[in-house]
Every structure is written in C-alpha cells, then in structure tokens.
Design a protein around this ligand. Sequence first.
Ligand code: ZN
Length: 608
Amino acid sequence: MQPTCHFTVSFLNPGNHVYDIMLDVSNLPGGHHELTLPVWTPGTYKIHDFSRHLFDLSIQGSNNPIEITHAGKNLWLFETRDNEPVKIRYRVYAFEFSVSTSHLDQSHAYFNGAQLFLLIDDYKEIPYLLTLEKPGDWTVSTGLDRDHEESSRYKAQNYDVLIDTPFEIGKQNIVSFEVDGKSHQLAVYGHGNEDLARLAKDLEAIVCAERQIFGSLPYQHYTFILHLSDKPTGGLEHLNSTTCGVERFMFRPRKNYKRVLELFSHEFFHLWNVKRIHPDMLGPFDYNHEVYTHLLWAMEGFTNYYASLSLKRAGLYSVSDYLNALSKKVQDYERRPGRFVQSLAESSFDTWIKLYRPDEDSINRTISYYLKGDLVGTCLDLEIRKRTANQFSLDTVLLRLYERYGEKGIGFPESVYQDTVEEVGKSSFQDFFDQYIYGTKPIPLDDALLAAGLFIDRQYSKPQEDDDSENSSQASQTPYPWLGIDTRIVDGYKLVVTHSYISGPADTLINAGDQIIALNGYQVQKSEDLTKRLEYDHKIGDTVTVSLFRQGHLQTIPVVLTPKPFDKVRIVAIDHPNDEQKALFESWLHTPWTHSWQASGESLTSPE
Ligand SMILES: [Zn+2]
C-alpha cells in the first residue's frame, strides 16, 4: 500500500509573511525516512536553497513526538513504526516577490511549491492532497485541479505537478475566456494602467495561434497569473499555467505593451516547448542538484523565436513589427564579443554558473541561449523551408518531437534533436549544428533572410541632435569614434563603467567599476555627454584623456579612439525578389509578398 500525503497550508495572519504547513502522512512503512526540500525550481536554473526560509520543523507520531536529525542543508531524517501516522509541521517565511519564489503579505498569497512542500523519501509518484486555510474573502487562482470529493481541497497527481502549479490567492481581478471549450483564466494581482479586456482578447489570439502548430490544447484549463508591481519580475512557465510579472504601467504606449505580449506569448509556448517537449534531464526532475543539458537554446531560444512569430501569426504584430523585433535581436547579438567565445551548447550547459550569475565580463565571454537560440531558430526554420520547398519547417520538427515524446510524457536523449531536424529537412544539418550550436561561427543571418527576400542593413546610430527633433531616425553609413565602454549613473550622480568591451580601445585601460569624471580635463556627467563629445568633436585615431576614480584613486588615462561597430540594424525588403524568395517569405510569415507592408507598418528605421 502506498502512503498518502495531505498538505494543509495555513495563512490566516498573512501580515507575518509565514506559511504554517502541516503534512499528514498515512500508511508509511516503518523504518528510516528522509525529508527533502527542493534547492531549485524548474524553469529557473539557479540554486535557491529554499530551505533557508524553513523553520520550526517537528514531527508528531501516533503517541509521541519523533526525533529529527538535520542531516544536510535541505535534508532531515527520522524513524517510524510500521504504518504509524505522522504529522509533520513546519513554517516557511515567504517575502520574496518574484515569479519563481513565494510572497505573503496583507494583500495576497503567492507561492511556488518548491519553496513549500517537503518530499518524504522518494514518493514522487503518489497523489498529493492540498487544503488551504486562507482569509475568508480571498479567492484562489491556480492551474491545480480541485479534488472532486471536497471542493475546497486540491489534488495533484504527483509531486512534480504539485511543485509545478503556483497559487495566487487574494483579491485579484479575474477575466475568463474559452478556446476549444476550455476555460482560460487571467488572474491579475496589482494595478497600473492595465486594460484587462484587451489583454484577454490578445491572449485568446495567442492561444489560437500557438495551438495551430500542435493541433490541440493539451490541458483542461489554463491559468495566466499576472503580477503588476513597480518592477518587472519576468515569467515562469508551468504545465497548465504561467506567472508573468511586469511593471505596472506597461500597457501604454504600444511599444511597451508589445513587451507584455512577447512575455505572455513566450511563457504560453513553453507549455509545449520545455514542459512537454524536453530532453530527459528536464523531467522528471532531480530537485536536490543542478541538472545539465546542452539544449536550452532549443527550449528557451526557440520559445523566444515562436513568441514573436506567434504574435505575427495571431495578427497582433504587423510584418514590420516582427522585422523590427528581429532587427533588435540581430543588433544585440552582433554587439556581444562573447558570441565568439561561448557556443550555444556551452551556454546551455553552464547556465547555472554563467547566464544566471552574470557579471561585468559576461558580455565579453558569454552568449545568451535566449538571444542566439532565437536567431538560430530563425535560420533553421528558413533553411528547412528552403531545402524542402516550403513543405516543412521548424513547426514540423516541434510537432514530431511533441507527438513522439511530449504527448507521451517522456523526455528524449539530446541527439534526437539533430536527428529530427535532419529527418524533417531531408538532409544533413551536421555543419549547421557544428558551426552554430557547438561552435562559435557567426550565424548566417544575411543568407537566411536573403532567401526570404530580405536584406540586413547595418548602420551606425548618430547621437540625437537636440535642435533637429523631426529627424528621429538617426543613422549613418560612417562609423563614429568610441571608447568601447558602457556606462550608467550610480548613486544618482556617479557615471560608472558597466562593461569594457574586449574588442574596444579601452579594453586594457579602463575597467568596469571606474567612475568617469572628465574627458580631456572637462567634466562629464552623463553617458550622452560622453558619447556626443566623442562623436561631434573627435575623429577615429584621436587620443583623448579620460579622468576617472578607480577605487577612489584619481587617474588620467590616454585612449586612442577606434571606430564604433555597427549598432543599428534594419531589415528591409530587397527590390526585385524572385519567386522562390517570395514563396519562402509567404510560407514563413503567413503574409502575401507585397511592398505594402513596408509602407503601412510602423517605421522600419526605428527598431525599439
Ligand atoms: Zn522561457
């Protein structure tokens, strides 16, 4: 007989930020047992050590308290007699407001299971019951099903599902819509300039567009939790829900709202890509250790690619919106010296110590699997379409992986990815994988886009001229001089170097953390002042002196200015595309080729 586990989570005094938790266990075989709490939560590849917030752990046996040995940072041991029912009580402090942690205050309760639910032995495959003891006027939003027998109780089919289903409980606004007869809830905590009716309508369009690739929606109901607060907190994907955290005034203007839609489109697409289609290391999970995969470029990068593409397919992006978003990604990728150092496969594998732990040198030595994975997805999609005369695409690759693995609830060995691409593309992609995924060769974006009748126009952004505001699309064909550093204002007035580019003229001269105070002896207070003075008053090859404080020590350093690399990218249609180019464009963007999309959309010259 399997043990039964029933959690009760109580938070009747939410102002204390503490969840009181009781785990009732019956039918436990006698002997030694262990309790563990996850050190991380799927979707964020970072060691959280959630047990640092757990306290007051005690275990009550049928007659007496049971002794507990604390045997590791997230491990406790105890012993029972055969079938002795036990009550495990503990408390969890929860006051970290992010999508991947838990938060409890006077206004709401939000929790992720990894922070709250102890696992007893290795009983991951048994069902779990959950009862909430909450303030009477608070309502519950979650992807977890109610237990039919008792409506206030929830039931998870196993521990993974329990961990994978966040709860938002409070006075959140709820908007519902249906797709395919399935209920979708948008539960919104917080306020700002939100337009929930519009967001719900746009989410419905995203659901329909993404469902198109896979044919149906693999859940009974779906919950979008949205946190509106003073800072963006990102998004986290789950089996039949997501939590997205955005800055509260992001609903206007449209440029900001597009970022909200990108986030939701990304997180929703994950319900297939990573939650169901995933390498075997990404489920079932080892919650006690880091898990390693070389495939996060496909899990996250391709999800990013489809986030934008789905907005186009859903009619929420115009062609120019889509190409502007793509231009910005190309621009960001080409600015990073780290793209020549770290491969996509390495970026995935090392996410625990690099992408999730960035520092001032990351730009020089690492590449994001979100960013480069997205662009590799673009190239791979276009390449498959080209090689198969638009018969197949990256959509087909994902659909096959879904049908063979995702739908059956199993992960795949890593080599399956390339095999499936080659099967769909009906040819070898060995060079593609060797060069762009396992190697650091620049992605062939120009060739890929030219095949669809598009051209990447690389230019140099001009400093904004204050007296020429009508000309907002400042770009030039000639490079400007630069120092090869990025700066930002710290403590309200200090102009501090955030990065020094390894490819720039100040690489071995100016350090991250230096506080810039003057150029050629004259004070500099803002990043723009520095850029403008270099670009207007100097030329490439000039020597300038930069005065700075390094750890409080004044220094004056001569630097010879070099050309600033391309930093403004536009993607435009070529003048006379042939039939193949037009056909590829049309199959890819689901839009007839006409030049009208260039004239009608927003300006192609100002990528956001
Ligand atoms: Zn993601």
